[in-house]
Design a protein around this ligand. Structure first.
Ligand SMILES: *Cc1c(COP(=O)(O)O)cnc(C)c1O
Length: 456
């Protein structure tokens, strides 16, 4: 692969971007050392820059892309929709794409009354507000607190950040955040040795590991249920905390406790939803239905910003009244965008017609065989896998590991963006076996190169 920093077109766009764009989740000064990449095209699993270098998008562009860039079927649906209606306000109006999407998401989740936002964080805000307002409407206005897990990530707007426990996102804004409650994560983060990983006990630990955590959750609920509106959780996998996985038994225990103590169960499936953990939604693996579910990211196949909260008839009914202040008076300008809903419908069509969930199972099994050299590498520990998420930790003390690894894999044409010392593959589902094998090879080469240069 050509070094992306050499080409003239690339440099021009990069310089203009550095002057005019404030990039997300970035210390801009680091770009003095690690240049931006100026993309011009996407083609399936590949991103292509201004100089023609290609990068395999192994993190699905921040976990959103499911069926590749410039997907012909999603493109065709959007072009059709553009000729009909791009977007109109959803208060007082409706349209075919939003109705059909709501019906289909209702069938898939077992919930209903789809309420739309644009980003994942806005779905979390909606779910938190709905829960609090439900209790207010039903005579329990003291239920104002939310419980989340150690290591939770639910987005970065102020309400979502107040139920997030990732120091790098949260600490600077601590004084602005409401005081909520934290419960222990249901498994030790480094719970697996290599033999267990190879034997197929991957990532999720054992049902017994969840007992202590659910006992402590129960203690918290028993003491403070009068003040607790909802429990919010990333089912099966905590993404931003470093792909931390736990056993579905915990979700069953937490669901039962929420019911017993009159606390809403909010499933944040923004990352885990749409097949990422091996089922359409992660909650299915625990056989539970939440009271509220938050969806975004993969919902449009990675095309357009769209998020959605679905809930129970009981919650919906508590807002249904002649009095408008008992209604849920929340809105975003682009709520239920027709174009975004149409991209979501095209995405659901691909799931159904191509039998994606079953195909991904077989694919994940084949990829587990291909990834063995990484699991066996002496610098690698805590390999874990859940559905189409593969993660492991690299033994290193280098504080700049993530940035160095990112830059070195990019030079080889692989887009990998470690979280701390955790490297993960979360590729689009259309990735083929040979490309996965190639990705494994690049990853091993980067680890060896860093080791040889004294960077681990
Ligand atoms: C990404 C993510 C969010 C926030 O979504 P944005 O679209 O980035 O606001 C919330 N919860 C989880 C679990 C996520 O992975």
């Amino acid at each position: 692969m050509a070094d992306s920093s050499n080409g003239a077109k690339n440099i021009d766009l990069v310089n203009r971007s550095i002057t005019s764009v404030w990039h997300p989740c970035t210390q801009m000064k680091h770009h003095e050392q690690f240049p931006l990449v100026a993309l011009t095209r996407g083609d399936g699993v590949w991103l292509i820059d201004a100089d023609g270098s290609r990068y395999l998008d192994a993190v699905s562009s921040w976990w959103v892309n499911l069926f590749g860039h410039a997907n012909p079927r999603i493109n065709a649906a959007l072009i059709d929709q553009l000729g009909k209606l791009e977007h109109a306000m959803l208060a007082g109006f409706t349209h075919e794409p939003v109705v059909e999407l709501s019906e289909r998401l209702g069938k898939l989740t077992g919930l209903g009354h789809a309420f739309y936002g644009s980003d994942g964080a806005s779905a979390v805000e909606i779910a938190l507000k709905m829960s609090f307002h439900f209790w207010r409407n039903t005579g329990k206005p003291r239920k104002q607190k939310f419980v989340s897990l150690e290591g939770s990530y639910h987005g970065e707007t102020l309400g979502a950040l107040a139920v997030t426990d990732v120091a790098i996102f949260r600490d600077a804004y601590g004084p602005l955040l409401n005081n909520n409650l934290s419960a222990p994560f249901p498994a030790a983060p480094s719970n697996k040795n290599k033999t267990q990983a190879l034997a197929g006990v991957l990532g999720q630990c054992c049902p017994e590991c969840t007992v202590d955590a659910s006992d402590r959750l129960e203690k918290l609920f028993a003491e403070r249920h009068d003040e607790i509106a909802a429990f919010i959780v990333e089912p099966l996998v905590q993404g931003a905390a470093g792909m931390r996985m736990y056993h579905p038994a915990y979700l069953q225990q937490a669901r039962a406790l929420c019911t017993r103590y009159n606390i809403h169960f909010i499933a944040d499936e923004i990352m885990t939803g749409f097949g990422r953990t091996g089922t359409m939604f992660a909650c299915e693996q625990a056989n539970i239905t939440p009271d509220l579910i938050c969806l975004s990211k993969g919902i449009t196949g990675g095309y357009l910003p769209l998020s959605c909260v679905l809930t129970t008839d009981e919650i919906y009914a508590a807002f249904y009244d002649d009095d408008s202040t008992r209604g849920f008076l929340h809105s975003h300008s682009y709520t239920g965008s027709a174009l975004a809903c149409r991209a979501a419908l095209a995405t659901l069509d691909i799931f159904a017609s191509d039998n994606i969930i079953a195909k991904n199972h077989a694919k994940a099994d084949r990829w587990l065989a291909l990834i063995t050299p990484i699991i066996e590498h002496p610098q690698v520990k805590n390999f874990r896998q859940c559905g189409m998420i593969f993660a492991f930790d690299v033994e290193t003390k280098a504080p700049t590991f993530a940035r160095e690894f990112f830059a070195r894999s990019l030079k080889r044409g692989a887009l990998l963006r470690p979280i701390g010392t955790t490297v993960y593959f979360m590729p689009p589902y259309i990735l083929e076996d040979d490309a996965f094998g190639w990705l494994v090879k690049q990853t091993l080469d980067v680890i060896d190169e860093m080791e040889n240069n004294g960077l681990l």
